[in-house]
Write a protein that binds this ligand. Sequence first.
Ligand code: GLN
Length: 448
Amino acid sequence: ACLNRIEAVDGSVKAFLSVDREDALAQARASDERRAQGKSLGPLDGIPLALKDIVAVTGQPLTCASKMLENFVSPYDATSVEKLKAAGAVLFGRLNMDEFAMGSSTENSAFGRTHNPWDLDRVPGGSSGGSAASVAAAETILSLGSDTGGSIRQPAAFCGTVGLKPTYGRISRFGLVAFASSLDQIGPFTRCVEDAALFLDAVCGHDPKDSTSLPDQKTDFLAGMASLKDRKWKIGVPKEFLAEGLDPEVRASVESAIEFYEGQGCTVEEVSLPHSSYAVPVYYILATAEASSNLARYDGIRYGHRSEEAKDGIELYYKSRGEGFGEEVKRRIMLGTYVLSSGYYDAYYLRAQKVRSLIRKDFDDAFAKVDCLIGPATPTVAFRAGDKVDDPLSMYLSDVYTISANLAGLPAMSVPCGLSSEGCPIGMQIISPVLQEAEMLAVAKKFE
Ligand code: GLN
């Protein structure tokens, strides 16, 4: 059914970069056989799950929507992929994204933009735009994305799906192509809250192959969420998230969601995250610094695009990178190299690390008073394609509410909470203390 749906709508949505029909059907048949033979079934057995083109699956393309990796095929499975396979999921299709996950609209893909299924002239958000659009357009049941500074929650909000970024370290990053390693996390796009819990149950857990993976995790999210069904939550609303720059329709939807919680017997109080106005600048220093280092591996020698024009070794390096990377990626590498360079390191990189600690502390202070935070996921609904693509700064600002959860390593999710007068989805963001995904899912479930 998903393959037929892709055939019918993906010509206009363009969520997928590639789909291997035969391989998908073979996996689905294998699941049918397991069922017919009465074998034990995994929690996601036979469920179609499409993947952002940034996570490694043996034998599948892994392009990161970049010319640099246009013909690259992965020789191994990411740990998350191994776990999803063990859970029985049908892992099919490679989903479009901003090149190397840098962007907020999926317009930075080297292979063309993805369209928002609710209004094809608008962007689906990014960088996991294909992951959000494919679930919203019912081309797949589940999809996997990655979130470094909002790239799951912002597109989920723009496309009206559930999107969840777990606590940093919950899901192994082994086999996830690195953008900014201290911020990157894998997470699901789903049509309902329960499916997000199922995904986490299948994928979370310690992985010795990822040194930042958390040890000794308790991971029974589905049951944990259900057991918290009747909890009367203490909800904090960060006043900085309802300030200037917020679209009035987004504000109204989020405020009425908050009123819903009050009606359910939850308490709501205003809290403050005084350093949140520094989140975007801090993020764009740290993320670009880490990216400049991570992307040094694309040298035209070991793998990826190799220039045909080069006359010597140095030129091979310059030309391969010059031809292989798109504009935004080059901008980030230059910014990142600059903030790490001697003489500027202390002024930018080190300073940003210190402010990152203050941002984290703001959350600790808030969570001393409340169970979770609720606010808008994005300042506006999905914008029109072309509106921000030539203005990186205004593009960067579409992540103002999502980025601080990455800087603090916190779990956060976006849940649909209404439609604008023009019929565009609006997302509410829930942010919880570290490792409290079950609590966060229970808060989301109450609203659903
Ligand atoms: N939009 C942000 C950026 O461009 C976040 C990207 C992400 O989360 N991968 O960096």
